[in-house]
Design a protein around this ligand. Sequence first.
Ligand SMILES: [Zn+2]
Ligand SMILES: [Zn+2]
Length: 94
Amino acid sequence: MKGWHWAVVAGLYMLALPVFLVRWLLGLPRMINTIDTIQRGWVDCRHCGTRNVLNRLSECPSCGRREYGSVLACNCGARFFAIQCDGCGVTISI
Ligand SMILES: [Zn+2]
Ligand SMILES: [Zn+2]
């Protein structure tokens, strides 16, 4: 009898599916929040209240190029999920 192990693998996937689904659903609000923040274009610091604009002249820590655009993404392909507050210097996760 060949191919029985595929049934076992398929069975395991079926068992794991709800776990993946729950993990995805739990991560969803955070993902929506991140997209909201990026579309809004600014993020308020929770500590000092400074409004940090996300679209401005910035230097990419990865390739070093300075250009106008989102501080969260660079043309070199680098992506960032945290910025430094202009007011107090604390790291803000997006
Ligand atoms: Zn870059
Ligand atoms: Zn701050």
